[in-house]
Design a protein around this ligand. Structure first.
Ligand code: 5AD
Ligand code: SF4
Length: 485
């Protein structure tokens, strides 16, 4: 483990050469940046500020916490918004094309603001940067960007920033892939009482529509000991709920030197004293084992929620998607899960308009939605991602047809989730209070084990604690409740 105190002491007398081992090397560069930032802050009489803007999934959210951890060590303070910040970091997503367009739009605006602020820097990172065409476009048309890096080297953020500060040039560092996992760097959590924990990186599934395996690289699992140690430290620091993160958590551990299963990892995590709740995402149906179902059923800490992306209900489309399960095997799996864990809440992801999808295929998807009765579903219009096998498939579905199917699916999903949510009305459940209610500060917002939210009277002192709450009224996909003593 890094001796941070030692590194704090060396702040004023940095060695000439950076260490070659990690994470020591990064602590060296953090200190280097800190010296530069300290000087600027003293000259300006005002601390440099930062704002991170995160697009996409929970993986990105966790990566942003790592970036913020480094920035705060360097001496930046958080700004209220992007327009006021001296350093803006966009952590991008590229799962669907429209996310990319949003980034270009906002970047154009930032470029104009940068002209007014000589201290301003802009960094871009995340999945979109792993696409060579994107980097080319930035190099050509967005010369004002200071720093571009990808998903494999975010741990090097301080080193890249130091290079930018010293050279004054645009710094671009993108790796195609890596098998490296650097532990023990600073992290600044968004919530004091809950935290994401990466258990694996990358994906080997190559679903034919998906760009993730190309931008996040091959699957690599973290050492279970490092995961346990991280969670123990989080718990010592006040965390009661963890979300284990991976693109496909069900295949955790397969590539380790001493392979262990995801279910075994969960059993080890369950033993950690003081940890109250365990969540995880995302599960791939083809890898979800009976061992995992049993561990979930027996667990006191694993939450009653499973996100199980189906993508399509048509076996023919599932095959073209390279999902490696059928409609029947998916429904069979759901049946086994519900039998073993009757109070489980199931959620899913569904894509409409995959190339070649016919009305019959779409009806199969609706059929699965009706049979499973998801608590909620994220529905997506198929987006063509250059470089994936589906992008060159014939029979791309016309936009009007896709939109019509999307609307019909959405209605079905919403009607069913309102009904499944209403089932719990009147029950008393445990809620972890996460925040004050956004619209009414006399209410707090708590999360139930099944991932649904309940709003009930309370105050800020309740944040991060568990309460027994009666769910008085279901309002579609959340509840209004009251605390029970
Ligand atoms: N088009 C639309 N949706 C997609 N997803 C992944 N790739 C695409 C794409 N090309 C969806 C899947 C996945 C979720 C994270 O994003 O449903 O589960
Ligand atoms: Fe993409 Fe499929 Fe991997 Fe999920 S499992 S990240 S959808 S390739």
């Amino acid at each position: 483990m890094i001796d941070k105190e030692k590194w704090d002491k060396t702040f004023n007398e940095l060695p000439d050469e950076a260490p070659v081992t990690e994470p020591e090397r990064q602590y060296y560069f953090i200190n280097k940046c800190r010296q530069i930032v300290k000087k600027i802050n003293e000259e300006r009489g005002l601390p440099l500020s930062y704002k991170t803007v995160t697009f996409g999934c929970q993986m990105n959210a966790r990566d942003s916490e790592k970036l913020v951890g480094i920035l705060e060590q360097i001496g930046y303070v958080e700004a209220a918004d992007e327009e006021k910040a001296d350093f803006v970091i966009y952590n991008t997503c590229t799962v669907r094309e429209n996310a990319n367009q949003r980034v270009y739009g906002r970047l154009g605006q930032l470029g104009r603001i940068k002209k007014q602020n000589p201290h301003m820097r802009i960094a871009l990172c995340g999945c979109m940067m792993q696409e060579p065409e994107v980097v080319e476009k930035l190099k050509k048309s967005y010369r004002f960007v200071d720093l571009i890096f990808g998903t494999h080297n975010i741990y090097k953020f301080a080193e890249l920033l130091a290079t930018r500060m010293e050279s004054g040039r645009m710094v671009i560092d993108i790796w195609k892939d890596t098998d490296k996992i650097v532990e023990d760097l600073p992290v600044e959590r968004k919530y004091s009482f809950k935290s994401g924990v990466n258990i694996m990186f990358g994906c080997n599934n190559f679903c034919s529509y998906c760009i993730v395996p190309y931008v996040r690289g091959r699957e690599r699992s973290r050492d279970p000991k490092a995961i346990i140690r991280e969670i123990e430290r989080l718990v010592a620091d006040g965390v009661v709920e963890v979300m284990l993160l991976g693109q496909n958590v069900n295949s955790y551990g397969k590539t380790l030197e001493h392979p262990i299963t995801f279910a075994q990892l969960l059993k080890e995590i369950e033993k950690i004293d003081g940890l109250e709740r365990i969540r995880f995402m995302t599960s791939h149906p083809k890898d979800l084992s009976d061992e995992l179902i049993q561990v979930m059923a027996e667990s006191k800490k694993i939450c009653r929620h499973l996100h199980l992306p189906v993508q399509s209900g048509s076996t023919r489309i599932l095959e073209k998607m390279n999902r490696r399960y059928t409609k029947e095997s998916y429904l069979d799996l759901v049946g086994r899960i519900k039998k073993a864990i009757p109070d489980i809440s199931l959620t899913t992801d569904i894509i409409v308009g995959f190339p070649g999808e016919t009305e019959e295929d779409f009806q199969e998807t609706l059929d699965v939605v009706r049979k499973v009765r998801y608590d909620s579903a994220f529905t997506f219009i198929y987006s063509k991602r250059t470089g994936t096998p589906a992008a060159v498939m014939e029979e791309q579905v016309p936009e009007v047809v896709v939109k019509d199917r999307f609307n019909r699916l959405l209605k079905e999903v919403q009607d069913i989730s309102a009904e499944t949510c209403a089932v719990h009305e009147g029950t008393v459940q445990t809620a972890l209070v996460e925040s004050l209610n956004d619209h009414d500060s006399s209410l707090v917002t708590g999360r139930l084990s099944n991932n649904l939210l309940v709003h009930f009277p309370g105050d800020a002192s309740m944040i991060g604690k568990f309460y027994q709450v009666r769910l008085n009224e279901c309002r579609g996909f959340y509840y209004i409740g009251e605390q029970i003593n």
